[in-house]
Design a protein around this ligand. Structure first.
Ligand SMILES: [Zn+2]
Length: 434
């Protein structure tokens, strides 16, 4: 039995918009995309779901999240201008205040927020990767969960690496066709070089995707180029030796094997032209997180330069601890406006291409339906402009992952949101007490 979704607009993304379009879903796959008249003729038996004044588009992809930290939304506002204090408060909350069940609730709530905003796929870095993977499965979201690894002390590199391997093995055992395992050495200032090399080798030999924070802050740049600043001082206090290589993050990752894994690198703000060429040559992918970067005062990544150079770029919300929402449509709007504020011409169509897949026969049926009936969306002369410049995730009315409706009529259909809401209140009360 097939289902035909129709709306005033269908945006296949890899082909021009179709007015009065239709998408046919057969099981987990898209069976056809075309005009309503053609599709009804071709699939006369199909069940039809009409959305009227709306846009059907491929599901949105969030290339950098930390769903387990959803409970930290708004929790770190006072530390935002001090990245070291921000990271420390976050780490204490995660490791000392939140129980494993709190983390699971937090990640599940984050997954609900994602599907409510039309996101169908996340690239999620998690310290509790197995728990985050369960959250994705419960909500029905597609994604890669990257098990994080920390360890700035080379004397502990082997031990930390063994811990990572054990966790990755568990994670792999829980993989499904929708949810895959990956690895994430956290950042150049939290993972020592030998550990980076071991993780890169593991990623290559086990065919594991790798995500890493890279070139995010001034503090990170000072640490690598000059061996000073808060991160170097932090290591010195713990008697951990650090000799700065005197180069940029991207050049530093090269000899340590990270770039050989075609990594997904989050942020990439502090990159020069040579770094951009390196990213392209190694086919590294960038998770551009413009709102998180702006909120933490880290600056602006050169989106237009990445696009010109042919570097693969996606958009990421980062954790809601630094954003404060997981909303890729809003992120796309912000990314476009920010690039233009900097004098670069980035079009709405170009950015849409960076946040979605495509709707065509034979691909996985991941799609979102965005209502066009909002006061803020009328009139609409161009569906792509209305989508990027006048809409947000809050206008999404249906989200489908692999043919399964996971969000519809204002409700996530797969989990008990009321129960999760009660638990989120309890968790925030506890965190508020410190
Ligand atoms: Zn991050």
């Amino acid at each position: 039995m097939t289902t035909t979704y129709t709306a005033r607009w269908v945006l296949p993304v890899s082909a021009p918009p179709i007015e009065h379009g239709a998408v046919v879903v057969d099981g987990q796959l898209i069976a056809d995309v075309g005009s309503q008249a053609e599709i009804v003729e071709r699939f006369p038996e199909s069940k039809v779901e009409s959305f009227g004044d709306a846009i059907i588009l491929p599901g949105l992809v969030n290339t950098h999240t930390h769903l387990e930290l959803t409970a930290l939304r708004g929790y770190l506002e006072n530390e935002e201008r001090d990245f070291f204090a921000w990271l420390r408060k976050l780490t204490v909350a995660r490791l000392e205040l939140l129980t494993p069940d709190d983390i699971r609730v937090s990640a599940t709530w984050g997954a609900c927020e994602a599907v409510r905003a039309g996101v169908t796929c996340v690239h999620d870095a998690s310290d509790s990767a197995l728990v985050s993977m369960m959250a994705l499965k419960d909500v029905g979201l597609r994604g890669v969960i990257y098990q994080e690894s920390f360890g700035p002390d080379a004397r502990l590199a082997n031990e930390n690496f063994e811990k990572l391997k054990t966790k990755v093995q568990e994670l792999r055992a829980s993989e499904t066709t929708l949810v895959r395992a990956g690895v994430s050495p956290h950042a150049p200032y939290t993972v020592c070089a030998p550990q980076l090399e071991m993780i890169a080798d593991l990623a290559l030999s086990e065919n594991l995707p790798l995500m890493m924070h890279a070139a995010e802050s001034e503090a990170e740049e000072l640490f690598l180029r000059e061996g000073c600043g808060v991160f170097a001082e932090g290591l010195a206090r713990r008697s951990i030796e650090w000799k700065a290589p005197g180069i940029s993050t991207i050049q530093y990752l090269k000899p340590h094997g990270i770039l050989d894994t075609r990594p997904l690198l989050a942020h990439c703000i502090r990159v020069d032209d040579e770094d951009i060429e390196t990213l392209r040559d190694y086919q590294a992918r960038v998770a551009h997180c413009p709102k998180s970067n702006a909120k933490l005062g880290h600056g602006r990544a050169p989106l237009a330069k990445f696009l010109e150079a042919g570097v693969a770029v996606g958009l990421g919300s980062d954790s809601v601890g630094s954003n404060n929402t997981c909303d890729i449509l809003e992120e796309a709007r912000f990314a476009t406006l920010l690039a233009r504020a900097g004098g670069s011409d980035v079009s709405a169509a170009r950015i849409l291409d960076k946040v979605t897949g495509e709707l065509k026969e034979g691909v996985q049926a991941d799609l979102a339906v965005v209502s066009l009936t909002g006061v803020h969306q009328l009139p609409s002369y161009d569906p792509i402009a209305t989508l990027i410049f006048a809409s947000s995730g809050r206008d999404v009315i249906l989200t489908v992952v692999a043919g399964r409706e996971v969000y519809r009529d204002g409700r996530v259909t797969t989990v008990d949101e009321a129960q999760l809401r009660t638990r989120m209140h309890e968790i925030s009360e506890k965190l508020g007490r410190g």
